[in-house]
Design a protein around this ligand. Sequence first.
Ligand SMILES: [Fe+2]
Length: 359
Amino acid sequence: MFRNFKTVSRVIFGRGCFAQLSDILDDQRKGTDSCMVFLVDDVFKERPLGARIPLGDADLLLWVNVDHEPTTRYVDDLTLRIKTFRDRLPDGVIGIGGGSTMDLAKAVSLMLTNPGSSVDYQGWDLIKNPAVYHVGIPTLSGTGAEVSRTAVLSGPEKKLGLNSDYTLFDQMVLDPELTAGVPKDQYFYTGMDCYVHCVESLTGTYLNAFSQAHGEKAIGLCREVFLDGTPGSDEKLMMASYMGGMSIVYSQVGICHALAYGLAFVRGIHHGIGNCLAFDCLEAYYPEGVREFHRMMEKHHIRLSRKGLENVHPEEVERMVDVALTLAPLWENALGQDWEQKMPREKVRGLYEEIIAGG
Ligand SMILES: [Fe+2]
């Protein structure tokens, strides 16, 4: 069976295209008292972008904090705030920020039309009703969240996305100008999320020509950005993020992502840095990719932050292993159908011990 996947309906790309957001939203506004909800990373509160948001009279602007990765509880709280703001649904939800903000916007737009808690929908195709119209505007490049059919959330029991066709954005606004001013380390870690998407997709057993075409172009752009230092890096990394995301849409990520999920769930380690910490220890599985990753680190004078990995208790390692092992498709993509024989629990534990010890 071939997957009949859905893509984002509309995309606008180009330096400065954020200025067209007002016109894009006008097409979706219903009536004179139309309400759009903007979920914006609170780092922009004091930055010029904050003042450029095209707020209508009845619109609601919610600054969101993504110091910690999004939780089901945070999504439920935001949804309730929007529902109590007025008695009918907004005409749209617009997420402006990095991958976590994208995920929040997707999840909130789904929860506005689906009853209960977001916890109930962590999984695959559990969402029943189409979401409110939603727009993704990334201010960081690399996560691929702008094209994915998931909104990754940490719940009380698991870190798992709301995966559905309804999750996909209706509109993407890709403006490379918005990624200026990202701190150097964060730029690197998020860019490496894209690089790892490509490596895991291109070396996986699920690979097909569709994923390969997108993955090869994306990894080439990553090399231009992180090894060659050619001009136009912001544009290139934004397109790499998009194409890396498209590559994994039709294949899958792999071991590094499975391990990063465990680090995030148990120790709250952000996805980008979690991937870097895990990938650093995966030369046995991705030899060329990890060597190239090390060259990129060297070129950009990156020393991986180990914040969050202090005094990890053996029980926490076991929980990390539990989380990682629930992600069967990722292991299968990396190692094949007999992945459970190749990757018994003690081997996963060994990888975590290596990550925690620092490679
Ligand atoms: Fe990722």
